[in-house]
Design a protein around this ligand. Structure first.
Ligand code: NAP
Length: 272
């Protein structure tokens, strides 16, 4: 059985690497952490399978990704909330693209920061449909092939919010708690196969996340990152690549990571 070839961290960044020519599928690659992962895997010479709803953004990234070293780039529209669209999208891939080595199950969002009894049902539905069910639809469509081929790595995007809820975030935090347990359950289901499962769990990362949460209110979103040094999307992508490039017998179950200015989802060091 062929496995992802492995080497150390410095080598990983310095040469065409162990992910060279491996098919890396990233959901929600049009922005933030997903886009940063695309660039990081491009630098390793991977073949990038990128999806999002804003497919025009993906297409606009293609040239940069190829210049960065991607062996090939294939972009397609996908709303992960739509189960049949997910199944169709994977089934319709050509054989070479369907042989996915790494799935970065990243598409996700928060909506609103309201007290629970004032929360908008539509916001809740969107978070649950995307963060839990969307993640499941994609995993279901992709992991079966990994098991058959005897190779693969699933990376799910969790959050510090999975361990400790914060005010106004009950539903978002609940979705990430679900991701945590689904990640752990999947890892158990895959025992006896060489397929690995990792949850990357960041704290605050400056991306479009807050703007999406506040339904486009950029001024309110900017305040989230005021007087603090947040993680960058590149910091998270670095952890994703690190987890994927460990030796084949090493499974990184969780990576809990925050900026030095954050202790957990409630405690921040703001320089006021
Ligand atoms: P972002 O910049 O807003 O990116 C979110 C990505 O998800 C976009 O590419 C978006 O693409 C995609 N997406 C959202 N809904 C989708 C859907 N229904 N179908 C397909 N794609 C969808 O936010 P981010 O910070 O990079 O977030 C990425 C992941 O990290 C999420 O799972 C988030 O929960 C997690 N996370 C973020 C933070 C943080 O502080 N930023 C912390 C911990 C965990 P389209 O809109 O084009 O579809």
């Amino acid at each position: 059985m062929q496995q992802l070839a492995i080497s150390g961290y410095d080598e990983r960044m310095g040469k065409r690497s162990e992910v060279e020519d491996h098919v890396v599928f990233i959901t929600g690659a049009s922005s933030g952490i997903g886009a940063a992962c695309a660039l990081a895997f491009a630098r390793g010479g991977a073949r990038l399978l990128l999806s999002a709803r804003r497919v025009e953004r993906l297409e606009a990234m293609e040239v940069e990704l190829l210049q960065a070293g991607a062996a090939a780039v294939h972009c397609f529209h996908l709303d992960v909330q739509n189960r049949s669209a997910v199944e169709r999208a994977i089934a319709d891939l050509s054989q070479e693209w369907r042989a996915i080595d790494v799935l970065v199950n990243n598409a996700g969002l928060s909506r609103g920061l309201d007290k629970l009894w004032e929360g908008k049902p539509q916001d809740w539905e969107e978070m649950i449909e995307t963060n839990i069910k969307g993640m499941l639809w994609v995993a279901r469509a992709v992991v079966s092939g990994m098991v058959v081929r005897g190779r693969g790595h699933v990376v799910n995007l969790g959050s510090t919010a999975q361990d400790l809820a914060y005010p106004g975030g009950a539903v978002y935090c609940g979705t990430k708690a679900a991701v945590k347990l689904i990640n752990d359950g999947l890892r158990q289901d895959l025992m006896g196969t060489p397929v690995r499962v990792t949850s990357i769990d960041p704290g605050m990362v400056e991306t479009e996340f807050s703007e999406v949460r506040f339904h486009g209110d950029a001024a309110r979103a900017a305040k989230v990152y005021q007087n603090i040094t947040p993680l960058t999307a590149d910091d998270v992508a670095d952890a994703v690549v690190w987890a994927v490039t460990r030796p084949a017998h090493v499974n990184i179950a969780h990576v809990l990571m925050t900026t030095i200015d954050q202790a957990n989802s409630l405690m921040f060091n703001r320089r006021t």
